[in-house]
Each structure stands twice: as structure tokens, then as C-alpha cells.
Design a protein around this ligand. Structure first.
Ligand code: SF4
Length: 324
């Protein structure tokens, strides 16, 4: 394998202190539902681990998962007033080396195609394949063509030699929006379009949360195996409990309408159609935008975006309010 700097070396170059690094590892241990003692184990593993090359494939998607990835904002440093803490999310790029990502990379056209081929060649069996978006299978796959090749043939090639494949987001998991009825392109998720992948991890959500992507990869770097997965190959640390069970609005009086006194006071959104009781995700604890908020906290009911075929099964998300 080509020699790359370790994660600790990369962080040191950026002036990240040992204390910040340990805080980062502690946050990851908490996300992974590991005991505090795992912090040191993670720190030792990351100190020696090389940055893993990533080939990020985008197919039928809205780039929402890439947006989620890019909006991993830093948080205020609790130890130094006014200073930004690099935190878990903003260190994502230090855990990963994004060698191919059509939306983010500078290269285009043949240069970009070459970059993908070079990464497969140089890191055979050592890179992570992240898939964002669904894979169309109707019309011989010609609904999504990149560089003259179908999404399906690219997915087959890249996943075949990957150390791990992560289906990131609802569309990569089970087809998501592209597969919603009537699904004109016969869109599928990775698990159905490229069946039989031994190292497939599904991280659904619309969008998926980058914290869970990083935690999955860090778990692999630390323990040299995938984290525990459920029957849908979703990490149990992230999809083992319902949103409802972790919700701060639980057991508060139910709001009857958006904007009423109970809604404004943090009341439960069950009567407004919240799907939290039937949705498994750690949204309430990892949150979004640098850990500042999540939809239910902001006053909107959960729409169940980590559930199978949620665009068909969870909708309609809204209904008309009849005036008296
Ligand atoms: S707002 Fe939703 S998730 Fe929270 S307690 Fe009520 S029903 Fe459960």
C-alpha cells in the first residue's frame, strides 16, 4: 500500500493539540456507544492509522448527503473562549482522503475518470467506496451515464475491490426518492443493484449524518472489523433505538397545532404526525450543523427518513388544515 501520513501526523500539522484530539476520540466513543475507556483505544488506533482513500460515487441523487458532509461545522471550543474546536465533524477530512468525488474534485472529464481508476489500482482492497444516490436498472442502466458508462457498471467495478462499501443516504440504501412510486427508472439501492457485498454498511437518512459515517470508519480503523449491524446492515450504535425514546419532547403535553402554546413550549409532536415512535436513528443525540439542532428540536415532527421506502411509506408528510 502506498505510504500516507497517519491521522495524528495530519492533525499535528494543523496545530490540533493532544487534548483536542482526545476530546475528538471521546466524542466518537460516545457516538459508538462505547465505554469511556474506549477513548484511549481509539486514540492509539488513530495515531497509527493511515488516512483511508475514499472513492465517493454519486448517482441518482440531489447531493444532499454531500451537503451534509460539507456542512460538518466546527463548534465553539469549550476550553478557550472565542476559539473554534475542530471537533469530530470538521476533522472528517483528516480521517479520510477523498481521492474521487465528482462534485468536490477539481479534476473533470478524462482526468477525473483517471483519478478513480488510479485509486482503484493503487489501493486495491484498501479504499472505502461511499455511494450516494440510487442506481437505475431500467433501459440497461442508461438513465444514469458517467464518462460513457452506466452507474451500475461503475458501482460494480468500484465496490468489487473496496475494503468497505458505505451506502450513504436513503437513495443509496434502498433507492430513496428515485425509487418512489412509480419508479420509472427501476432505481435500486446498492444492496439490491450489487447484491452479495460482504463489507456493505448502510447509513440511511435523508440526508445521512456524516457523524455516523466517520464513527463507522473510525470503528473499523480501531477494531479492524465492522461495527455491529442490524438485519438491514445498519450500524446498531446509530439505528438501535427509536427517535421517540431519545426525544427531549417525550412525556411533555402534546401540541395540537404548529405554533400553539404547547408547541412553543417544547411539547410532543405526536398529534402533528411525528414518526419518531416508528423510526430508528440517533438524530436526537448526534444532531446536525455541528451538533446545534435537529428537526424535532426545531419544532418539526420526524418524517421517518431512515425507514425503508420512506417516501412511499411515510408520506404524505403534510395535510391541509381546514379553516372553521
Ligand atoms: S416529538 Fe415525536 S419523537 Fe418526540 S416524543 Fe413526541 S412523538 Fe416522540
Amino acid at each position: 500500500m502506498t505510504k500516507t501520513p497517519t491521522i495524528e501526523q495530519d492533525l499535528a500539522k494543523q496545530g490540533v493539540s493532544r487534548r483536542q484530539f482526545l476530546r475528538y476520540c471521546g466524542t466518537l466513543a460516545a457516538v459508538l456507544a462505547l465505554p469511556a475507556s474506549a477513548t484511549e483505544v481509539i486514540a492509539q488506533a488513530l495515531a497509527l492509522a493511515p488516512r483511508l482513500p475514499v472513492i465517493w460515487l454519486e448517482f441518482q441523487d440531489c447531493t444532499g448527503d454531500t451537503e451534509s458532509f460539507l456542512r460538518a461545522a466546527p463548534r465553539p471550543d469549550p476550553a478557550v473562549n472565542g476559539k473554534q474546536d475542530p471537533s469530530l465533524s470538521s476533522l472528517v477530512l483528516d480521517v479520510l482522503s477523498i481521492d474521487y468525488h465528482e462534485t468536490l474534485m477539481v479534476a473533470a472529464g478524462e482526468q477525473a475518470e483517471k483519478s478513480r481508476a488510479d485509486t482503484i489500482q493503487a489501493y486495491k482492497g484498501q479504499y472505502i467506496c461511499v455511494v450516494e444516490g440510487a442506481i437505475p436498472t431500467a433501459y440497461n442502466g442508461y438513465s444514469c451515464i458517467i464518462g460513457g458508462r452506466t452507474a451500475l457498471s461503475i458501482a460494480q467495478e468500484v465496490t468489487r475491490s473496496a475494503l468497505m462499501t458505505v451506502a450513504f443516504g436513503a437513495c443509496a440504501w434502498d433507492g430513496g426518492l428515485a425509487a418512489a412510486a412509480p419508479n420509472p427508472t427501476a432505481a435500486k439501492g446498492v444492496k439490491d443493484a450489487v447484491p452479495g457485498l460482504a463489507n456493505l454498511v448502510n447509513i440511511p437518512g435523508c440526508p445521512a449524518n456524516v457523524v455516523n459515517l466517520v464513527a463507522t470508519i473510525v470503528y473499523y480503523l480501531t477494531y479492524q472489523k465492522l461495527p455491529a449491524l442490524d438485519a438491514n446492515r445498519r450500524p446498531t450504535f446509530a439505528y438501535g433505538r427509536t427517535v421517540h425514546n431519545q426525544c427531549p419532547r417525550r412525556e411533555r403535553d402534546e401540541a395540537a397545532a404548529f405554533g400553539d402554546a404547547r408547541h412553543r413550549a417544547g411539547g410532543c409532536l405526536m398529534s402533528l404526525g411525528c414518526r419518531g415512535p416508528e423510526t430508528y436513528h440517533n438524530c436526537p443525540t448526534v444532531k446536525w450543523n455541528g451538533g446545534t439542532c435537529w428537526p424535532v428540536e426545531a419544532g418539526h415532527g420526524c418524517i421517518g427518513c431512515t425507514n425503508p421506502a420512506f417516501w412511499d411509506n411515510m408520506s404524505p408528510f403534510y395535510s391541509w388544515v381546514m379553516e372553521d
